[in-house]
Design a protein around this ligand. Structure first.
Ligand SMILES: Nc1ncnc2c1ncn2[C@@H]1O[C@H](COP(=O)(O)OP(=O)(O)OP(=O)(O)O)[C@@H](O)[C@H]1O
Ligand SMILES: [Mg+2]
Length: 313
């Protein structure tokens, strides 16, 4: 968890970036504390990579200030680059190089580095040392990229969509590694469009849409501020739902589940509402296929704030 008063490793104030007429990043301000994992969550084209690249010193903001461990771009860029590790969203390393050669190459860029065998053990790539990158799985490649970003032992790690395109198992595996990276005391700034990733890894989350940060806080803060209560999920015929709605007016806000398999309704007091619901189900003889209560998630928060789902694919 975030350590109070642990110091700020990253501070961005009023970042703006325009591409011709497109306002890709619009007044973004954020801070990351030492040892914190901060996630920038948003759909495709939200402005995550553009924000990341400004924070990494790869592009300059049109306006706004960035401070990393008390140092500022562009004057102290050289010193900042020693403190940060970067894994880009699109990385194309030399595919004929082996894992060992790739890590050695990145190691050669810095005066002081971690030992490669130690790093390889941490990344659980010991048995792939002599394998060329072109023969690695997506998850293994991501681990090599993470190694390249970690080789000089940075304080702050930038990861732009680190698990994009990986299967769920490889994703979970990388999450485990990132938890260990964080346990070493490093701070992490990551972007993602996976709600679950932000929920699993981040101490604080900023939700970004159309270049703006529209909400920021811990998962608990985001949920309690923007999406109070719980959800009742149930399955019955549409005509039966209508009958239930005639008796229970709070059911009028029930929506079809995206899967089409039943309905859900946001309620403020799940216990009381469940009792009322079951009483009517009994009284009307409704044929209930399924019933469950679930807590609000980041998905609900995003839907509430933007009127759409984060992933449209
Ligand atoms: N160099 C560029 N020139 C013109 N437009 C750009 C450039 N880079 C990004 N954009 C535009 O800026 C917006 C934000 O792009 P960005 O890559 O930052 O989004 P993102 O949140 O990282 O998206 P994704 O989830 O797809 O990676 C998009 O509309 C994109 O098309
Ligand atoms: Mg991106």
């Amino acid at each position: 968890m975030r350590v109070p008063n642990a110091g700020t490793v990253l501070k961005a104030q009023g970042l703006v970036k325009k591409f011709a007429q497109l306002l890709a990043v619009d007044q973004v301000s954020l801070e990351v504390s030492k040892g914190e994992c901060f996630a920038l969550l948003g759909p495709n084209g939200a402005g995550k990579t553009t924000t990341c690249e400004m924070l990494e010193g790869l592009t300059s903001p049109d306006t706004g200030d960035i401070e990393i461990c008390g140092l500022k771009f562009p004057k102290q860029r050289g010193d900042i680059l020693k403190l940060i590790g970067v894994a880009l969203q699109e990385t194309n390393l030399y595919k004929k190089y082996t894992v060992k050669e790739t890590l050695e190459l990145f190691s050669s860029f810095y005066p002081k580095t971690l030992s490669i065998p130690g790093l390889v053990a941490k990344l659980k790539l010991e048995d792939k040392l002599d394998t060329r990158l072109e023969h690695l799985s997506g998850g293994q490649k991501q681990r090599v990229y993470l190694g390249c970003a970690l080789v000089h032992n940075p304080d702050l790690l930038f990861l732009d969509e680190p698990t994009s395109g990986l299967d769920p198992q490889a994703r979970r595996y990388l999450w485990e590694l990132l938890r260990e990276v964080k346990a070493d005391g490093r701070s992490i700034f990551l972007t993602t469009h996976y709600m679950e990733e932000a929920q699993e890894l981040a101490d604080r989350i900023a939700i970004m849409d159309h270049g703006k940060i529209i909400a920021m806080g811990t998962l608990q803060e985001l949920v309690s501020t923007h999406c109070q209560g719980d959800f009742l999920e149930f399955q019955c015929a549409e005509s039966e739902l209508e009958s239930l709605q005639n008796s229970l007016s709070w059911l009028k806000t029930a929506k079809k589940l995206p899967t089409g398999e039943g309905f859900e309704v946001n309620v403020d007091n799940a216990t009381t509402k469940t009792r009322e619901f079951m009483r009517e189900v009994d009284a009307l003889g409704v044929n209930l296929g399924h019933f469950s209560i679930r807590q609000s998630t980041l998905e609900d928060v995003f839907l509430k704030l933007t009127g759409r789902n984060i992933r449209d694919d």
